[in-house]
Ligand binder design. Structure first.
Ligand code: GLU
Length: 486
């Protein structure tokens, strides 16, 4: 759809998750595209819970979906729950049965399996032979007496169905490929294809924006709508999200890698997640990667949604996340990392806030996720760390002679730090450089030797920050410990 043909009516879109598990990346993307489209056009975004599959739907999952959407900042204007709307679907089914556009099917699961096997052997395009379309009243009576519980099937038309799609273009669907879909299960619960298109009409949905995995459902829904004389929404199917091997991202194959909550728990920012998800299948000019929410709302349109699958690249998400983390001031970053420290038992309510902020300040731009704070700063809180073998080999020395030298340097540095009158960055820095320069010791060698003694690793914030943040007592405890280890 181009901008010049933007509807002059109220845009109404919906996201219709089935509460059968966590909100996954694909679901978040569907929610976001619908939400952005609604916001862009000053329209209405509806959340509709597709829970007529009672065997698989759970309240827990429904609440998880709400939480994940709220965390992302995707708010909805109206909300519906399909299991509360059964009478609406029932009346539409009645209408279809009365007009002869639907029929009861009494086939048992075993019979259906036989029919399917036969159809396959006969190379039929359809797997159900529509035998219940033409039951006599005697047959129906017999089945009812046998206690069979019928399903309801829709009669598919004999003429092609035109599917017009704002992303994929138009195509005609050969009616020979269409099954007489079951629209009501034998337990009386209506199925997705019926409830979805009935609700789309009832809720005056103008655009159905959803993943291409639903492409095969669209002609069925159009057929149902046509039989009921319902208005059709416009359809826009958005490309699949793929992993780096080209496989569709799915709960089954990728587990919680696709769960939105996983990213929340690991300390990703909703802004980063939204930005990342927006670019799964949509691009503005192929160059711009960073978009604020307002910018997304302003720039989003369906025209720039691609036809082919888009790859889920976790590196890009990490990059975006560190970008958004680095936008936050130290107070906000500290607020965000405290729960991760607390979870690990490193920090509690007695820990001094100022000191924590200083640690966060020292860590600087090194966080990809807030969770990274734990491995990067654990040594500030406890001294039971191991000395990284690689770092030890490189900076403390492989040979006895080099180790001897390191011990000497550490001993001298310990003494300097013990005697220094003020334990502050500038004085410490001056004293240490004076010692290295006067004794012809490479600055970096002394620094790294001390860093490993204090933190166990050769990477991290500025060493002088670490020394001051640990404080004199702690530093003077750790140096002899390292010397003993050597
Ligand atoms: N309940 C379906 C799903 O979760 C909704 C599909 C649709 O948008 O029509 O995939």
């Amino acid at each position: 759809m181009n901008e010049t043909s933007v509807p002059n009516y109220q845009v109404r879109v919906r996201m219709a998750p089935s509460p059968t598990g966590f909100l996954h990346i694909g679901g978040a993307r569907t929610a976001l595209f619908n939400w952005l489209f609604a916001k862009h056009h000053n329209g209405t975004f509806i959340l509709r819970i597709d829970d007529t599959d009672t065997a698989r739907s759970t309240d827990e999952s429904m609440h998880e979906i709400y939480d994940a959407l709220k965390w992302l900042g995707i708010n909805w204007d109206e909300q519906y729950v399909q299991s509360e709307r059964k009478n609406i679907y029932d009346s539409h089914v009645e209408q279809l049965l009365a007009s002869g556009n639907a029929y009861h099917c009494y086939c048992t699961p075993e019979e259906l399996e036989e029919i399917r096997t036969q159809a396959r052997a006969d190379k039929q395009t359809r797997s159900y032979d529509r035998r219940c379309r033409h039951l006599t009243s005697e047959e129906v009576e017999r089945f009812v007496t046998e206690g069979r519980k019928p399903t309801v099937r829709i009669k598919m038309p004999d003429t092609p169905i035109l599917v017009e799609d704002l992303v994929l273009g138009s195509r005609n669907i050969d009616p020979d490929t269409l099954e007489d879909e079951v629209i009501v299960r034998s337990n009386g619960m209506p199925n997705y294809n019926l409830t979805s298109i009935v609700d789309d009409a009832e809720m005056q949905i103008t655009h159905v924006i959803r993943g291409t995995e639903h492409l095969n459902n669209t002609p069925k829904q159009i057929a149902i709508a046509n039989s009921l004389g319902l208005n059709l929404p416009q359809f826009a199917h958005i490309p699949l999200v793929l992993d780096d091997t080209g496989r569709k991202l799915s709960k089954r194959h990728h587990g919680d890698l696709v769960a939105v909550n996983r990213y929340r728990e690991q300390g990703y920012l909703p802004e980063a997640m939204l930005n990342f998800v927006a670019r799964l299948g949509w691009s503005y000019d192929d160059k711009q990667e960073i978009f604020s929410v307002d910018e997304l709302i302003e720039k989003f349109d369906l025209e720039r949604v691609g036809k082919s699958g888009s790859v889920f690249d976790i590196k890009k998400l990490e990059w975006l996340n560190s970008h958004y983390i680095n936008q936050l001031d130290v107070v906000a970053r500290t607020d965000a990392v405290i729960p991760f420290w607390e979870q690990e038992g490193l920090v509690d309510s007695t820990t001094k806030r100022d000191w924590l902020e200083e640690i966060v300040e020292a860590v600087g731009e090194r966080l990809t996720t807030f969770q990274d704070i734990v491995p990067q700063t654990r040594y500030f809180f406890m001294d039971d760390f191991a000395y990284e073998p690689k770092a030890v080999k490189k900076w403390w020395g492989g040979s006895d002679e080099k180790k001897q030298k390191t011990c000497e340097i550490l001993t001298n540095l310990g003494q300097i730090l013990e005697e220094i009158p003020t334990f502050e960055i500038e004085t410490i820095e001056t004293a240490i450089w004076k010692y290295t320069d006067e004794n012809n010791i490479k600055r970096v060698a002394a620094m790294q030797a001390l860093r490993i003694a204090l933190t166990g690793t050769s990477f991290g914030p500025s060493l002088f920050d670490i020394v001051v943040l640990l404080g004199r007592n702690e530093v003077l405890k750790r140096i002899p410990k390292a010397i003993t280890h050597l």
